[in-house]
Design a protein. Structure first.
Length: 118
């Protein structure tokens, strides 16, 4: 499975972006998918995930109520809607997929840069 992340950019604080994670070589709807971020000098950390079965979602506390992860199986794509963005959200965002219930993802996309200005 190959993953292509896109949708990053420069936005002012309080603005919104929608990241997309498009898959090829596999049916993304049969995988759990996660979004991660990595800021300069920091380790990569979990942001949001959508389960393999049942599409249950989970979020790190910092983004709860601001970010929403969703699937469009017809487009073989998972989205991360990012609202009320803060400068602290600035990072490279990665999507990942796997048949896992423990966030141990097998497939990773390249990152997309999100920069939030104050």
């Amino acid at each position: 499975v190959q993953l292509q992340a896109s949708g990053g950019g420069l936005v002012q604080a309080g603005g919104s972006l929608r990241l997309s994670c498009a898959a090829s070589g596999g049916t993304l709807g049969t995988y759990a998918v996660g979004w991660f971020c990595q800021a300069p000098g920091k380790e990569r950390e979990f942001v949001a995930g959508i389960a393999w079965i049942g599409s249950r979602t989970s979020y790190t506390d910092f983004v709860k109520g601001r970010f929403t992860i969703s699937r469009d199986n017809a487009k073989n794509t998972v989205y991360l809607q990012m609202d009320s963005l803060k400068p602290e959200d600035t990072a490279v965002y990665y999507c990942a997929a796997g048949r896992t219930t423990t966030r141990e993802y097998t497939y990773w996309g390249q990152g997309t840069q999100v920069t939030v200005s104050s």
